[in-house]
Ligand binder design. Structure first.
Ligand SMILES: [Zn+2]
Length: 484
């Protein structure tokens, strides 16, 4: 016997709730396979089911969650009572922006369901990749594959009924070896989302052989390379570094709950103020950034958010000017109210919870930089007098309001007089967020654009890990501090 969710929501409305929704997860499965130097040292499988109820009473939220169907009525009542108790202490009544009411289903595009591939076969594929990475001078090899499969059913008191069926796969490789000074250098690879589907088909043998060979040869380049010079010059960020730059200094900075002061953990604040929308010059005229949850194949595309709002494609930065944010129904109302003007017409559809027992908060979808008109990577190199091409995120450190940053990369290559020269190791670069984006001088075309992903973005207290994407081209920034 299933629970009648719609009936339980109606009961809350009858008790006087202004709004209520339930997210029911009949099944969520996660497999984590981790191979180290050819040995499968971790195989974690988790499975969970349950539901979370959110209720708005007298302008305040209440939440409760459980895995027990038997106690569903009591859990709904507890969420109501929590809201009623919270409303006695709330200073600003919560209101929700209007939305279109949908009854719909979303399914992530998937060729071969990874959970249907026998475990031994999955391990054999990892073994194959591991063999391609083997070398006597490489003491560390990692091959990992994380997969998720889940169904989420959503109902709310406004009449929305949504089902989502999502399959995700996150494979990665990394190798490490010591340089002449005894420092461990690394090179890794996670496949960008270029194909139309996400499923076991991404484990294509030839693809991984080719990428494994490249990763290994670039590791040998970097351990033999001179140290990155310390100077100011151009930096050309490859997509596998540009995505992290965008993630940390545009994505997180533009989450509206941070801007309003609600999210302060994990380098939580934002330097952006409500006054800035429509006028802050975030970057050069070449910078166009959007939150696009409609991309066909990305973990940041999920059909409908956990407020029941359909996926949107919204500009955040247009020709360098800040125009939008990462928004939910609740935060746009408060922001417009506090600003005394309508900055945001409606929700951007970015409200997501990582599990049934967490409340939805504003999360990045696909925070993308539009491709530009400065040609291919080769064209950009040809036009660069002196610079460094940087690839592969190695470490990062961010100012507490995202106003500055310092990143290290796996590898770099020197560019002199329009030519790509040898590799560099210990590459780092740093800057002030706005100065950096204002120095954006080249944006690569479609041929350089890739959808990279983040499978472990942390936010919130209690913490919520989320998956999302970044479609980014190769970009060049000028007069940037590189090296120590
Ligand atoms: Zn993050």
């Amino acid at each position: 016997m299933g629970v009648n969710w719609k009936h339980l929501i109606k009961r809350l409305a009858d008790r006087g709730a202004e709004y209520a929704d339930v997210r029911y997860v009949p099944k969520e499965e996660n497999d984590t396979l981790f191979m180290w130097n050819g040995n499968l040292i971790a195989f974690d499988r988790s499975e969970e089911r349950g539901y979370g109820v959110r209720v708005l009473v007298d302008g305040a939220w209440g939440f409760a969650a459980s895995s027990s169907d038997e106690e569903a009525e009591a859990v709904f009542d507890r969420a109501f009572d929590n809201a009623a108790a919270a409303s006695k202490r709330s200073r600003r009544p919560i209101r929700l922006a209007d939305k279109d009411i949908v009854k719909a289903r979303f399914e992530s595009p998937c060729g071969i369901d990874p959970f249907e591939v026998p475990l031994l076969e999955r391990v054999a594929v990892m073994k194959d990749i591991d063999s391609a990475l083997q070398h006597k001078d490489v003491p560390q090899r990692v091959v990992s594959i994380n997969t998720t499969r889940k169904t989420i059913r959503y109902f709310d008191s406004e009449g929305a009924e949504i089902e989502k069926y999502i399959i995700e796969i996150f494979p990665a490789i990394q190798v490490g070896a010591f340089d002449s000074e005894g420092v461990m250098q690394q090179r890794g690879y996670r496949p960008p989302r270029l194909g139309p589907t996400r499923g076991w088909e991404v484990m294509n043998k030839e693809h991984w052989k080719r990428e494994s060979d490249r990763v290994l040869s670039e590791l040998f380049e970097v351990i033999a390379a001179p140290v990155c010079p310390s100077e100011r010059c151009s930096v050309i960020l490859m997509p596998d570094m540009m995505f992290l730059q965008v993630h940390e200094t545009i994505g997180h900075a533009l989450e509206l709950d941070r801007i309003l002061g609600y999210e302060l953990s994990y380098a939580g604040g934002s330097f952006v103020r409500l006054d800035d929308f429509g006028k802050l010059q975030y970057g050069s005229e070449k910078l166009n950034v959007r939150a696009d949850a409609t991309l066909v194949n990305s973990p940041g595309s999920f059909g409908f958010d956990d407020d029941g709002v359909a996926a949107k494609n919204r500009m955040l930065i247009e020709n360098g000017i800040l125009t939008g944010a990462i928004t939910s129904r609740q935060m746009v109302m408060e922001a417009n109210d506090r600003a005394g003007r309508e900055i945001f017409p409606d929700s951007g559809g970015t409200s997501r919870a990582c599990a049934f027992y967490r409340v939805p908060i504003e999360r990045m979808t696909n925070i993308n930089v539009d491709p530009g008109e400065d040609g291919t990577l080769e064209d950009i190199i040809k036009d660069t007098e002196r610079g460094v091409i940087l690839s592969g995120e190695r470490s990062w450190s961010i100012g507490s309001t995202r106003e500055q940053f310092h990143f290290a990369t796996d590898i770099g290559w020197l560019v002199e007089d329009g030519e790509k020269k040898g590799a560099l190791r210990n590459c780092t670069y740093e800057g002030m967020t706005l100065d950096f984006y204002r120095s954006l001088s080249k944006v690569g075309d479609e041929s350089t654009w890739e959808v990279q992903y983040v499978d472990n973005c942390g936010k919130g207290a209690p913490s919520q890990e989320m998956q999302l994407g970044h479609g980014v081209p190769v970009c060049r920034f000028d007069n940037v501090k590189v090296g120590e």
